[in-house]
Write a protein that binds this ligand. Structure first.
Ligand SMILES: *Cc1c(COP(=O)(O)O)cnc(C)c1O
Length: 490
């Protein structure tokens, strides 16, 4: 062999001993199946011991290690100290429970190592299939486009960019906002997620260009207040361009009056975007779908398959009614027009034409598997059941004289608290006690200025007994503060 050829030959990163790796792989797969099967036997969450945290401040590993050793480290120091959202006792924030089918699909996606930015391969057809399914779910027209992103925060940001580019014309992409003759203003409700404001900040429009509209008694955007704000801005010479409605607010699960917002936007020629992070998939649940009436009239919807859809993280999605407007905000016309019509470089438009990401993973696969294996009726029934669980919890809270309901269960969220003269402090402590006990993991929110224990039921594994455990423990810790473990007291 000549020297150059010799220097260019060498070992790969594939296993030397495939048999040994196969054996190890089966151990890892079995362990993860055991983990999910027996998740109830674990605490929901546990504090991270200092020595465990310290392990993850190690020096860069220059030398190799055995796969089995690294896996043992994972099993011992990573697996026990996660957020706990796989556990049925997890009710904090809005976290999905994931599912085994999606987990297996993640392994397949890792093996294929597909890059979903573009080019002509079936993984992109799988993503297009999800776009088509989302189109059917929301009864959007054939013109619709869609794209997977990390989560709804990113999807909301993309929607603001699309609405901005539609309002000002594609020239804004070159000229920037400084050249615009109009001052754009957007509207959302006080209950909107914080990422809506951030999307306005990142877009260059600025947080001040977002009008925060007050809410009505059911925590929905006040329609008269919205109309008054739009009129006042027009009067002041500004250009209202976007209304961001919420379908399932994070605090209490409120759904804005989507049909009325759609009409206001149509009449006033504003873009109507819906943050449906978890709530939008309520269209799959027979009892909830009517409450989302009007969602089919939106210009765009942001939502997460990783919340109520039970797909493992991350699987955010944006669907846009008019795909040409979507593409006009992101596609590079030069690159787009130069695309091949034959070979691997064909198949335009590509997902990279619908967002800022070029290299993208195969999020579509775990979503495709989850939707096919369970079917949307069964997924919809899970969504309905989480709402029934919230009503069950609401009844339990109403039945306990020491507890006070702060917001009735509109959807899958219940906000309540332990009665006390110093209720804010006491309930904050109860929440921490609940977390550290490993029994349940609700989160905190404020409802009308009062701190609440907030239980948001998203996980398909949660059962009434998990809510009984939450209530019983809240009563117990309300009456008898739990002694914080030495670790957490430090
Ligand atoms: C979770 C959530 C978001 C943020 O979505 P991510 O997927 O976490 O980025 C935005 N809005 C609402 C209503 C949410 O529930």
């Amino acid at each position: 062999m000549d020297d150059l050829r010799k220097a260019a030959s060498g070992p790969t990163l594939d296993p030397d001993d495939w048999t040994a790796v196969r054996r190890q792989a089966h151990v890892m797969l079995d362990d993860m199946l055991d983990y999910v099967e027996h998740i109830r036997e674990r605490p929901v969450w546990q504090p991270i011991p200092d020595e465990v945290r310290a392990r993850f401040r190690a020096a860069l590993p220059r030398a190799p290690s055995e796969l089995a050793d690294v896996y043992r480290e994972f099993a011992q120091y990573v697996l026990p100290y996660t957020t706990g959202n796989v556990h049925p006792g997890f009710m904090g924030w809005v976290h999905g429970g994931g599912n085994v089918v999606g987990m297996l699909a993640e392994m397949l996606a890792g093996g294929l190592n597909a890059n979903l930015g573009g080019r002509d391969h079936v993984p992109i057809e799988v993503e297009r299939q999800i776009v088509e399914w989302a189109r059917q779910m929301f009864a959007f027209p054939q013109t619709a486009s869609g794209v997977f992103v990390t989560g709804t925060s990113m999807a909301n940001f993309l929607a603001v960019i699309i609405a901005r580019t539609t309002a000002l014309g594609a020239g804004v992409r070159q000229e920037g906002l400084a050249a615009a003759h109009e001052r754009l203003v957007a509207y959302t409700s006080r209950s909107a997620h914080g990422c809506v404001r951030q999307a306005m900040e990142l877009s260059g429009l600025g947080g001040q260009a977002l009008r925060v509209i007050e809410t009505d008694a059911q925590h929905r955007m006040s329609v008269p207040a919205l109309q008054a704000a739009i009129a006042a801005d027009r009067e002041a010479g500004l250009t209202p361009f976007l209304v961001i409605g919420t379908a399932g607010s994070v605090d209490v699960g409120a759904i804005d009056d989507l049909a009325t917002l759609a009409r206001i936007c149509r009449d006033g020629k504003l873009w109507f975007h819906i943050d449906g992070a978890f709530g939008a998939l309520g269209v799959l649940a027979r009892d909830l779908a009517p409450r989302l009436a009007g969602i089919e009239q939106a210009d765009s919807i942001a939502f997460d398959f990783h919340k109520w859809g039970q797909v493992p993280y991350d699987a955010g999605f944006l669907i846009v009614r008019d795909g040409t407007k979507h593409r006009a905000a992101f596609a590079s016309p030069a690159a787009y027009l130069r695309r091949e019509t034959r070979g691997l470089a064909a198949g335009s438009p590509w997902p990279c034409d619908f967002g800022p990401d070029l290299s993208r993973g195969f999020r579509a696969l775990k979503t495709w598997f989850t939707l096919k294996v369970f079917g949307t009726e069964r997924l919809g029934a899970v969504i309905s059941r989480t709402c029934a669980l919230a009503r069950y919890l609401e009844r339990r809270v109403r039945g306990e004289p020491s507890l006070e309901l702060l917001a009735p269960a509109q959807l899958n969220i219940v906000c309540f608290r332990y009665r006390s003269d110093d209720a804010d402090a006491v309930n904050a402590r109860i929440i921490a006690d609940l977390h550290e006990s490993g029994i349940a993991a609700p989160s905190a929110t404020t409802v009308d200025g009062r701190l609440a224990i907030r239980a948001c039921i998203v996980n398909h594994r949660t059962q009434p007994g998990d809510l009984d455990a939450l209530v019983d423990a809240a009563l117990e810790f309300g009456a008898h503060p739990r002694r914080a473990p030495a670790l957490a007291a430090q």
